[in-house]
Design a protein around this ligand. Sequence first.
Ligand code: SF4
Length: 228
Amino acid sequence: MKSELQALEDSVVVCRRCPRLVEFRESVAKAKRKQFMDWNYWGKPVPGYGDPEAKLLLIGLAPAAHGGNRTGRVFTGDKSAEFLMRCLHYVGLANQPNSDFRDDGLELYRTYMTPVLKCVPPEDKPKPDELTNCFPFFEEELSILANASCMLALGKIAFDGCLRYFRMRYEFKKKDYPFGHGNTYRFESGMELVAAYHPSPRNVNTGRLTYEAMIELLEKVKLLSKIR
Ligand code: SF4
Protein backbone atom coordinates (compact mmCIF):
# COMPACT_ATOMS: atom_id res chain seq x y z
CA MET A 1 0.00 0.00 0.00
CA LYS A 2 2.84 2.33 0.90
CA SER A 3 4.49 1.95 -2.52
CA GLU A 4 1.14 2.37 -4.30
CA LEU A 5 0.51 5.58 -2.36
CA GLN A 6 4.02 6.75 -3.18
CA ALA A 7 3.43 6.12 -6.90
CA LEU A 8 0.17 8.05 -6.71
CA GLU A 9 1.87 10.90 -4.85
CA ASP A 10 4.55 11.05 -7.56
CA SER A 11 1.90 11.54 -10.24
CA VAL A 12 -0.13 14.03 -8.15
CA VAL A 13 2.71 16.44 -7.41
CA VAL A 14 3.58 17.00 -11.08
CA CYS A 15 -0.02 17.45 -12.26
CA ARG A 16 -0.86 20.60 -14.26
CA ARG A 17 -4.30 19.59 -15.51
CA CYS A 18 -6.12 22.72 -14.27
CA PRO A 19 -4.57 25.89 -15.78
CA ARG A 20 -6.37 28.30 -13.42
CA LEU A 21 -5.20 26.39 -10.33
CA VAL A 22 -1.65 25.95 -11.60
CA GLU A 23 -1.45 29.70 -12.14
CA PHE A 24 -2.94 30.43 -8.72
CA ARG A 25 -0.88 28.00 -6.64
CA GLU A 26 2.33 29.25 -8.26
CA SER A 27 1.46 32.93 -7.93
CA VAL A 28 0.67 32.47 -4.22
CA ALA A 29 3.98 30.66 -3.81
CA LYS A 30 5.79 33.52 -5.47
CA ALA A 31 4.04 36.41 -3.71
CA LYS A 32 4.06 34.70 -0.26
CA ARG A 33 2.54 36.11 2.92
CA LYS A 34 4.58 38.62 4.89
CA GLN A 35 5.11 36.34 7.88
CA PHE A 36 6.41 33.52 5.63
CA MET A 37 8.79 35.51 3.41
CA ASP A 38 11.72 33.25 4.35
CA TRP A 39 9.80 30.14 3.26
CA ASN A 40 10.39 28.36 -0.01
CA TYR A 41 6.72 27.69 -0.75
CA TRP A 42 5.72 24.25 -2.05
CA GLY A 43 3.43 25.71 -4.74
CA LYS A 44 2.45 22.31 -6.19
CA PRO A 45 -0.44 19.87 -5.75
CA VAL A 46 -0.65 18.46 -2.22
CA PRO A 47 -1.20 14.71 -1.87
CA GLY A 48 -2.72 12.89 1.12
CA TYR A 49 -0.83 12.09 4.31
CA GLY A 50 -1.09 9.51 7.05
CA ASP A 51 -1.18 5.81 7.84
CA PRO A 52 -1.38 3.62 4.70
CA GLU A 53 -3.26 1.05 6.82
CA ALA A 54 -5.80 3.69 7.88
CA LYS A 55 -9.26 2.70 9.00
CA LEU A 56 -10.39 6.31 9.17
CA LEU A 57 -10.13 8.81 6.31
CA LEU A 58 -10.37 12.54 6.91
CA ILE A 59 -11.47 14.25 3.73
CA GLY A 60 -10.81 17.97 3.25
CA LEU A 61 -11.58 20.44 0.48
CA ALA A 62 -8.14 21.55 -0.76
CA PRO A 63 -4.78 22.73 0.59
CA ALA A 64 -4.81 26.22 2.09
CA ALA A 65 -2.94 28.98 0.25
CA HIS A 66 -0.43 29.56 3.06
CA GLY A 67 -0.92 26.17 4.75
CA GLY A 68 -0.60 23.10 2.55
CA ASN A 69 0.40 25.14 -0.50
CA ARG A 70 3.29 26.54 1.56
CA THR A 71 4.36 23.47 3.52
CA GLY A 72 3.56 20.70 1.02
CA ARG A 73 1.49 18.68 3.48
CA VAL A 74 -2.26 18.64 3.84
CA PHE A 75 -3.67 20.25 7.04
CA THR A 76 -0.25 21.65 7.91
CA GLY A 77 0.83 25.14 8.89
CA ASP A 78 -2.47 26.98 9.21
CA LYS A 79 -5.27 27.65 11.70
CA SER A 80 -7.46 24.78 10.49
CA ALA A 81 -4.56 22.38 11.02
CA GLU A 82 -3.95 23.81 14.48
CA PHE A 83 -7.55 23.14 15.53
CA LEU A 84 -7.81 19.74 13.87
CA MET A 85 -4.52 18.40 15.18
CA ARG A 86 -5.28 19.41 18.76
CA CYS A 87 -8.51 17.42 18.49
CA LEU A 88 -6.86 14.41 16.78
CA HIS A 89 -4.15 14.32 19.44
CA TYR A 90 -6.71 14.59 22.23
CA VAL A 91 -8.57 11.49 21.01
CA GLY A 92 -5.35 9.55 20.36
CA LEU A 93 -5.31 9.69 16.55
CA ALA A 94 -2.14 11.81 16.31
CA ASN A 95 1.15 11.56 18.22
CA GLN A 96 1.43 15.33 18.67
CA PRO A 97 -1.00 18.27 18.91
CA ASN A 98 0.61 20.29 16.12
CA SER A 99 1.14 20.03 12.37
CA ASP A 100 3.58 22.75 11.35
CA PHE A 101 5.77 21.52 8.47
CA ARG A 102 6.83 18.36 6.66
CA ASP A 103 9.16 16.26 8.80
CA ASP A 104 7.89 17.82 12.04
CA GLY A 105 7.42 14.29 13.41
CA LEU A 106 3.65 14.10 12.98
CA GLU A 107 2.27 10.57 12.85
CA LEU A 108 -1.36 9.70 12.45
CA TYR A 109 -2.68 6.54 14.03
CA ARG A 110 -4.90 4.42 11.76
CA THR A 111 -5.88 7.69 10.07
CA TYR A 112 -5.17 9.23 6.68
CA MET A 113 -6.14 12.71 5.51
CA THR A 114 -6.53 13.95 1.98
CA PRO A 115 -8.26 16.77 0.07
CA VAL A 116 -10.75 16.09 -2.74
CA LEU A 117 -8.93 18.81 -4.72
CA LYS A 118 -5.14 18.68 -4.56
CA CYS A 119 -4.46 22.32 -5.51
CA VAL A 120 -5.51 25.47 -3.68
CA PRO A 121 -8.37 27.25 -5.50
CA PRO A 122 -8.85 31.06 -5.41
CA GLU A 123 -11.09 31.99 -2.45
CA ASP A 124 -11.37 28.27 -1.64
CA LYS A 125 -13.92 27.99 -4.44
CA PRO A 126 -13.12 25.30 -7.00
CA LYS A 127 -14.91 25.17 -10.35
CA PRO A 128 -16.86 22.03 -11.24
CA ASP A 129 -14.44 21.05 -14.03
CA GLU A 130 -11.50 21.32 -11.59
CA LEU A 131 -13.20 18.99 -9.13
CA THR A 132 -13.86 16.62 -12.03
CA ASN A 133 -10.24 16.79 -13.18
CA CYS A 134 -8.95 15.89 -9.74
CA PHE A 135 -11.53 13.25 -8.89
CA PRO A 136 -9.54 10.30 -10.38
CA PHE A 137 -6.72 10.97 -7.88
CA PHE A 138 -9.23 10.82 -5.03
CA GLU A 139 -10.75 7.61 -6.39
CA GLU A 140 -7.35 6.01 -6.72
CA GLU A 141 -6.43 6.95 -3.17
CA LEU A 142 -9.62 5.38 -1.89
CA SER A 143 -9.00 2.19 -3.82
CA ILE A 144 -5.48 1.92 -2.35
CA LEU A 145 -6.66 2.63 1.20
CA ALA A 146 -8.62 -0.61 1.28
CA ASN A 147 -8.65 -0.99 5.09
CA ALA A 148 -10.73 2.14 5.59
CA SER A 149 -14.22 1.72 6.94
CA CYS A 150 -15.17 5.30 7.76
CA MET A 151 -14.83 8.66 6.01
CA LEU A 152 -15.15 11.93 7.88
CA ALA A 153 -15.88 14.69 5.38
CA LEU A 154 -14.75 18.10 6.62
CA GLY A 155 -17.09 20.63 5.01
CA LYS A 156 -19.76 20.53 2.33
CA ILE A 157 -17.48 20.38 -0.73
CA ALA A 158 -15.55 17.44 0.73
CA PHE A 159 -18.85 15.78 1.62
CA ASP A 160 -20.14 16.27 -1.93
CA GLY A 161 -16.91 14.74 -3.26
CA CYS A 162 -17.52 11.67 -1.11
CA LEU A 163 -21.15 11.45 -2.26
CA ARG A 164 -19.95 11.64 -5.85
CA TYR A 165 -17.67 8.68 -5.17
CA PHE A 166 -20.55 6.64 -3.73
CA ARG A 167 -23.05 7.69 -6.42
CA MET A 168 -20.73 6.21 -9.04
CA ARG A 169 -21.08 2.90 -7.23
CA TYR A 170 -24.57 2.84 -5.73
CA GLU A 171 -27.94 4.19 -6.76
CA PHE A 172 -29.40 6.84 -4.50
CA LYS A 173 -30.75 10.36 -4.57
CA LYS A 174 -28.40 13.07 -3.35
CA LYS A 175 -31.29 14.88 -1.64
CA ASP A 176 -31.68 11.90 0.71
CA TYR A 177 -28.12 12.48 1.96
CA PRO A 178 -28.12 16.04 3.27
CA PHE A 179 -25.01 17.63 4.74
CA GLY A 180 -25.10 18.40 8.47
CA HIS A 181 -22.52 18.17 11.24
CA GLY A 182 -22.69 14.63 12.56
CA ASN A 183 -24.94 13.27 9.81
CA THR A 184 -23.93 9.65 9.22
CA TYR A 185 -24.65 7.38 6.27
CA ARG A 186 -23.77 3.76 5.72
CA PHE A 187 -23.22 2.35 2.22
CA GLU A 188 -23.57 -1.18 0.91
CA SER A 189 -19.83 -1.80 1.11
CA GLY A 190 -20.06 -1.16 4.85
CA MET A 191 -18.28 2.18 4.54
CA GLU A 192 -19.63 4.90 6.83
CA LEU A 193 -19.70 8.51 5.69
CA VAL A 194 -19.86 11.14 8.43
CA ALA A 195 -20.24 14.87 7.76
CA ALA A 196 -18.55 17.57 9.81
CA TYR A 197 -18.19 21.33 9.69
CA HIS A 198 -14.81 22.30 8.29
CA PRO A 199 -12.38 23.34 11.06
CA SER A 200 -11.83 26.71 9.39
CA PRO A 201 -11.23 29.85 11.48
CA ARG A 202 -14.61 31.13 10.26
CA ASN A 203 -16.44 28.15 11.77
CA VAL A 204 -14.28 28.01 14.89
CA ASN A 205 -14.24 31.75 15.66
CA THR A 206 -18.00 32.05 15.28
CA GLY A 207 -18.54 29.10 17.62
CA ARG A 208 -20.20 27.07 14.89
CA LEU A 209 -17.59 24.38 15.53
CA THR A 210 -16.15 23.96 19.03
CA TYR A 211 -13.38 21.70 20.32
CA GLU A 212 -15.95 19.79 22.33
CA ALA A 213 -18.16 19.17 19.29
CA MET A 214 -15.23 18.05 17.14
CA ILE A 215 -13.84 15.78 19.84
CA GLU A 216 -17.25 14.22 20.35
CA LEU A 217 -17.51 13.55 16.62
CA LEU A 218 -13.98 12.12 16.45
CA GLU A 219 -14.79 9.74 19.30
CA LYS A 220 -17.81 8.62 17.29
CA VAL A 221 -15.85 8.02 14.06
CA LYS A 222 -13.20 6.15 16.05
CA LEU A 223 -15.90 3.75 17.18
CA LEU A 224 -17.34 3.45 13.65
CA SER A 225 -13.84 2.74 12.31
CA LYS A 226 -13.24 0.21 15.11
CA ILE A 227 -10.04 1.98 16.12
CA ARG A 228 -9.00 0.98 19.62
S1 SF4 B 1 -6.48 20.25 -8.88
FE1 SF4 B 1 -5.90 18.11 -9.23
S2 SF4 B 1 -6.22 17.78 -11.42
FE2 SF4 B 1 -6.13 20.02 -11.09
S3 SF4 B 1 -3.99 20.56 -11.40
FE3 SF4 B 1 -4.25 20.18 -9.22
S4 SF4 B 1 -3.69 18.03 -8.95
FE4 SF4 B 1 -4.06 18.35 -11.13
